[in-house]
Design a protein around this ligand. Structure first.
Ligand code: AMP
Length: 301
């Protein structure tokens, strides 16, 4: 079954303590589709770029088999740009700038073939835009959304309206605390469930991710890495890998979601070994399977 990802397609400037890169390929939509493309399912992308967006980047997405019918290019527009700076502790990141540019006026109309996509991932984007996609989808089997501090601070009301319409909310621990005002993650998850999603997945960086429903709890460890180059996009890679796996097995059971979280974790572990999507260009599925098995062994007791 197919996965539809609606997310940003960006040019990122990343400052790590010992290296800086400018205008590299990034964005929630890019990280998520590239991650989903490792699995046996059609992957569709909805997003927008400006005239300045390098063709080499769209060519790369094509080579991954990603359907780009939903990627709009605004001739007189400028691509979304984001700048992030990491501290020595890579779990701490500051946004230096967010230039929405073409995203600010983007009101996507889903191509007809996209409307019936069963697996919908609403990656980081303005919550009104995420909601408009749900309204255009005709047969969603699973609706998953992500958000971040920027939208919690700027568009809280729209975000809360969105939460009533999604099956799974994915966000990181600091965002869960910001959204609910509760520092206890279990209580914060329960508060988020009261807004509507049936499941909340909280990403905790190098400490893995947890999934909470009204009746279940699951914890997936992060893959133990000794070298991290750039954590940008780890969350989107996690979610995209998760969606790709679920769509490939056509299953949304608790068991499938647990496996999907571990696959998502593994794809994210490759993402952070290099800047942008550079590491994913070289990863083979056999390497993903190998890390999946290692994680299974790591939690066996
Ligand atoms: P992550 O590290 O998983 O939070 O994802 C970082 C990616 O999200 C970067 O490639 C950014 O270009 C993109 N991004 C940053 N801020 C936003 C935002 N407010 N809305 C959507 N995407 C964003």
């Amino acid at each position: 079954m197919a996965v539809l990802v609606v997310g940003t397609v960006t040019l990122d400037t990343i400052e790590m303590p010992r290296k800086r890169v400018e205008d590299v390929l990034g964005g929630s939509g890019v990280y998520a589709t590239v991650a989903a493309s490792f699995f046996e399912c059609p992957v569709r992308l909805v997003g927008v770029v400006g005239a300045d967006f390098p063709h080499a980047y769209t060519d790369f997405l094509h080579t991954r088999g990603i359907d780009l019918q939903g990627l709009e290019r605004v001739d007189n527009g400028r691509t979304f740009r984001w700048g992030g700076r990491y501290a020595e502790d890579y779990n701490v990141r500051d946004t230096i700038f967010t230039e929405l540019n073409v995203v600010a006026d983007f009101h996507p109309v889903l191509p007809d073939v996209y409307r019936q996509t069963p697996y919908l991932f609403l990656a980081n984007n303005p919550p009104q835009l995420q909601l408009s996609i749900i309204e255009q989808a005709t047969a969603p089997k699973l609706v998953v959304c992500d958000t971040m501090d920027f939208w919690i601070n700027e568009e809280r009301e729209a975000l809360e309206a969105l939460l009533a319409r999604v099956d799974i909310l994915i966000l990181n621990d600091s965002e869960a605390r910001l959204l609910t005002g509760d520092s206890n993650l279990m209580r914060a998850a329960q508060a988020m469930l009261r807004h509507g999603p049936k499941r909340v997945i909280v990403k905790k960086g190098e400490h893995g991710a947890i999934s909470i429903t009204a009746s279940s709890f699951f914890s997936a460890p992060a893959y133990p890495l000794t070298q991290v180059a750039d954590p940008t996009g780890a969350g989107d890679s996690f979610a995209g890998g998760m969606m790709g796996y679920l769509a490939s097995v056509e299953d949304t059971s608790e068991e499938a979601i647990r496996s999907a979280m571990v696959y998502g974790t593994v794809v994210a572990s490759f993402n952070i070994e290099d800047f942008s999507i550079n590491r994913q260009r070289r990863v083979k599925f056999s390497e993903i399977s190998e890390r999946y098995q290692q994680l299974q062994e790591a939690v066996h007791f």
